[in-house]
Every structure is written in C-alpha cells, then in structure tokens.
Design a protein around this ligand. Structure first.
Ligand SMILES: NC(=O)c1ccc[n+]([C@@H]2O[C@H](COP(=O)([O-])OP(=O)(O)OC[C@H]3O[C@@H](n4cnc5c(N)ncnc54)[C@H](OP(=O)(O)O)[C@@H]3O)[C@@H](O)[C@H]2O)c1
Length: 334
C-alpha cells in the first residue's frame, strides 16, 4: 500500500517564497504517507487561521526580538483539517480507514522548530499524529468542522487552563466576533460564566444571539469605561494600549492574551492582576469535549467565507482584513 502511495501525487497550495498572497501556488506535489503513530487523511476541508498569513509573510510584522525562525521552504500551510482517514501508520489503534475526523496537522511542530517540514492541510491529503485528531462532530459538515480545532482549542485553553474561569465568574472577550472570540463566547457561556463581548457594532446582533450578556462596541465606547470588576479578560486582539485592559479587571483578576500585546508588568502587579500569554497546544480530549458541545447544540460554528482550495489567495486577502465574523475555510473535497 505504502509503496503505491509513495508514487502518487496530489494537488496542494504551497509557498516557495515568503511574501504576499501571490506566493500561494496551486500545484501538483507528492502525496505523503503515514509514518509511525500517524494517520493519512483525505482532506475534506482546511481551516484558515491568522497564523497562516503570518507564516506566509515570514513573520515580517513581528518585532525582531520575538520573530520566530522561518521554516524551510517549500511549505504547505494549514493547521486545521477535517477529513476521512485513508490509511493508518504503524502503532495507530484509535482510528481506521473510513473514519471521519477533525483536528490539527503537525505544522505547529515545524513552526516551533521542532521537526523538519511537516505537511499542512492546504492539500488533498495530509498526515498527522492520531493524537492530534478526534472524531468529527456528527451534527456539522466538514466545512464547519475544519473551522474548529485551532480556534476552539485556543479559546478553551485561554479560558479554562490559563484563565481558570469558573461558573458564576465574568469574562471580557476582546475580539469577540472573530474565529477564537465567537467560540470563546460560547464555551464560557456553556461553563456558566457571564460574558462581555467587545467587537465593532456590526457584530452586535450576532454576538447577542450566541450568548453575549453585555456588548461593547469598541468603535464608539472605550471598553475601560464600560466594564469593571471582571474576573478574566481574554485578549484576542493584542497590539497597542493593552494596559487599558487592566482597568476592567478586579484585584486578583487574570489577563490572558493570545497574541503579542503591550502590557506593563509593573502596572499589572500594582493592581494584583496576573498576565499569562496563552500558547495553544493540541489536545484530543479537549477536542472531543468541544465536539460534544457542538453536537449538543451549545456551541455553533460561524463561517465568514468558504472558497475552494485553489482560491486560497482570496481567502488570505479577505482574512487579512482583520474584521472577520467567524472563520474562513477552504473546500478541498467536492
Ligand atoms: N496564542 C495562540 O496559540 C493563538 C491561537 C490562535 C490564534 N492566535 C492569534 O489570536 C489572534 C486572533 O485570532 P482569530 O482567529 O480570532 O482572528 P480573527 O478571526 O481575524 O478575529 C479577530 C477579530 O478581532 C476584531 N477586532 C479587530 N480589531 C479590534 C479591536 N481594536 N478591538 C476589538 N476587536 C477587534 C475583528 O472584528 P471587528 O473589528 O469587526 O470587531 C475580528 O472579529 C490572531 O492574532 C491569531 O494569530 C493565537
């Protein structure tokens, strides 16, 4: 089987240089094979994340002191996948061919410098560790499932691992309508928290519909004037003026950014706030639990845009507008 697969090819979006969306190239590449503990997936849909265009740009926008090393090229992007198990590698007992699964590729390992070129999900086939996958939620299609893994795991870990959010507490989510934000809103509500959502005004009805208790339009109202005594802030926006988020927290509160922002450690200490940057990691148990919440109807996945694989450039151009409601997904399987 493997030797047949070895000679096979597939269509994929690759980058051969770092740069703008024009470096995303649709081409024929070798089809991967599943190694030990890996699964070969026939990709039905690939989720698109901000990390994808940050990587494509070669992390050019990062401050030099915090710029990650560039992975070797060519590179197939895409952390998130939903698809069908085509074959399993040695040691895999969790899944078998034909299973519908969703989860993450091993691209994160490559970006972290841990391994050589791992293959992403912008392709007809990909390989990943079985432990990066969970059964696809039965009530949603592959397009919606591919939107979930990175955003939902980030939301889950920011809220509950780093943020230690408990039922009855309050959480302010900055960037509430985006990929991470809209799932964080619903996961926090499902946990029994009170949710304050910060987004531009055009998202208000959407956010109230998915459970936001108090909405702040950041284009008209400084959030530090509209929220006080909050237990947890999840900052999905980052960038400048992060210190104003400290003003909405109660003493002993927690600020969990998921991207680089400007926060003063001295100021945080003076108001007894802890700041911990959330770095998402794959977790199949959490992904399974998130799948159960989706199947119970308590978490809904919003799609901003779906385009075919070969139009990945359009997906990146749109994504970089930075004002998304929900996720962008590439349709791979017809
Ligand atoms: N640490 C990790 O492991 C990890 C994991 C995943 C993602 N991330 C990072 O987290 C960030 C968010 O990811 P995402 O997928 O949620 O991005 P996204 O889907 O692009 O969402 C960003 C949201 O922020 C809103 N926004 C923009 N400016 C804002 C402002 N000044 N105040 C409040 N909201 C604002 C946007 O819509 P409106 O302006 O229209 O409201 C949009 O809904 C990205 O930088 C991503 O790279 C980190």
């Amino acid at each position: 089987m493997d030797s047949i697969m070895n000679n096979a090819t597939m269509k994929a979006i690759q980058i051969h240089a770092y740069g703008g969306p024009e470096v995303l190239t649709y081409e024929e590449v070798p089809r991967p094979i599943a190694g030990p503990d890996e699964v070969l997936l026939r990709v039905a849909a690939a989720g698109v994340n901000p990390s994808d265009w940050k990587t494509r740009r070669g992390f050019a926008d990062f401050p030099e002191s915090r710029r990650p090393p560039r992975p070797p090229l060519p590179l197939i992007l895409g952390h998130d996948v939903s698809g069908i198990v085509e074959a399993v590698g040695p040691g895999v007992i969790m899944f078998q061919p034909g299973d519908a699964v969703y989860g993450q590729t091993r691209l994160g390992e490559t970006l972290a410098g841990g391994t050589g070129a791992c293959i992403g999900a912008y392709a007809e086939y990909t390989t990943t560790f079985a432990t990066n996958l969970a059964p696809k939620p039965a009530t949603i299609d592959h397009l919606h499932a591919a939107a979930v893994p990175t955003a939902a795991l980030t939301a889950w870990q920011a809220l509950f691992e780093y943020g230690k959010l408990e039922a009855g507490q309050s959480v302010l989510i900055n960037g509430a309508a985006g990929g991470v934000g809209h799932l964080a809103v619903q996961l926090a509500k499902a946990r029994g928290a009170r949710v304050i959502g910060v987004a531009s005004g055009r998202h208000e009805a959407f956010l109230r519909d998915i459970g936001v208790d108090h909405f702040i339009d950041y284009t008209t109202t400084p959030l530090e004037q509209a929220a006080h005594e909050v237990d947890l802030v999840l900052d999905a926006v980052g960038a400048k003026n992060g210190d104003r988020l400290l003003d909405v927290l109660k003493p002993g509160g927690r600020l969990v950014p998921i991207f680089l922002g400007q926060y003063s450690a001295e100021r945080a200490a003076s108001v007894s706030v802890t700041i911990s940057l959330c770095l998402m990691h794959p977790d199949t148990a959490q992904l399974s639990e998130i799948g159960r919440l989706i199947d119970s109807g308590r978490v809904r996945v919003a799609l901003e845009m779906v385009v075919p694989l070969w139009e990945a450039r359009q997906a990146h151009e749109h994504g970089e507008s930075q004002h998304l409601r929900g996720k962008i997904v590439l349709r791979v399987m017809k």
